[in-house]
Write a protein that binds this ligand. Structure first.
Ligand SMILES: C=C(OP(=O)(O)O)C(=O)O
Length: 284
């Protein structure tokens, strides 16, 4: 769960499993071993999300000659999600997904997951936002490809429809994202503008330093694309962290949170002998 105490780290497997359930299960195990709190997938109803023309477009790929072959090859159905659900329960790692259409929302509601994720791409679809809100499931909402007025409208639409926003993620939707486009101080801006909402960070850069900085700025959740190898084929692989890096990032986040403390200025018991040794006069 997303709380002030500990950063909720989400390993976004997304479509980096390349349609291979065995690979997805290996990725879940690796993400759990790395200390992630949750793994995440993406769910699409292909004939709703893509037009017939987009599906028929020639695009040579491992599954066949068209874009549709690729999209079908990457999509998991109920049998695969049943296995994902079972493994996550066994490993005690949470899982959820971003639905990209209403039917996928309904599909995901068949599983007892803690959240639905609203991807940046879905932020402008009022009916979709209302459909997510109507589920009653807490929502994690990303804000890539949006300026503040759009984010304000989306938050108002969601809250007006009764949604619980469990986290609002600062995000830049470029893959991989350049340092100069990250604008991490946007986290500070979102915290000030939406003081009632937990603010997080969904990143697409090639390393994890910006994710640590996001936590230092107060991000209560970090979502990062993960992969078994950045050299794998697929559009998101290059904007992903490999599993050893995920483990380093999680260790870094945990340590950083310990270092950040609670902000209360104290005179520690451990400092007292030092004060006795170093302070010449106590006349205040
Ligand atoms: C694309 C997604 O997320 P984001 O907008 O945070 O990158 C997603 O969750 O599917």
């Amino acid at each position: 769960m997303i709380t002030a105490g500990s950063c909720y780290v989400v390993a976004e497997i997304g479509i980096n499993h390349n349609g291979d359930l065995g690979k997805a299960l290996t990725m879940i195990r690796a993400a759990a071993a790395a200390g992630c709190d949750a793994v995440k997938f993406q769910k699409r109803t292909l004939d709703v999300v893509y037009s017939a023309e987009e599906m028929a477009r020639p695009r040579e790929n491992v599954f066949g000659p068209t874009n549709g072959d690729l999209k079908r090859g990457l999509e998991f159905g109920a049998e695969a999600y049943d296995e994902i659900d079972a493994l996550c329960r066994e490993l005690e790692v949470e899982w959820f997904a971003s639905p990209w259409d209403e039917a996928s929302v309904d599909f995901l509601m068949g599983y007892d997951t803690p959240y639905l994720k609203v991807a940046s791409a879905m932020l402008t679809d009022r009916d979709f936002l209302a459909h997510c809100a109507a589920t009653g499931r807490p929502l994690l909402v990303s804000t890539g490809m949006a300026d503040m007025p759009l984010i304000e409208k989306a938050v108002a639409a969601l809250e007006g429809a009764g949604a619980t926003i469990a986290c609002l993620y600062h995000c830049t939707s470029t893959y991989p994202c350049r340092d100069e486009d990250l604008n991490l101080l946007g986290i500070t801006t979102l915290k000030a503008r939406f003081p009632h909402l937990p603010i997080g960070y969904s990143g697409h850069e090639t390393d994890y330093l910006p994710s640590l900085a996001a936590v230092a700025l107060g991000a209560l959740s970090v979502e990062r694309h993960v992969t078994l190898s950045r050299a794998d084929w697929g559009s998101d692989q290059k904007a992903s962290l490999e599993m050893a890096e995920v483990a380093e990032m999680v260790d870094g986040i945990r340590r950083l949170q310990t270092c950040l403390g609670d902000g209360v200025i104290r005179f520690l018991d451990e400092e007292k002998p030092i004060a006795e040794k170093l302070r010449r006069k106590v006349t205040l």
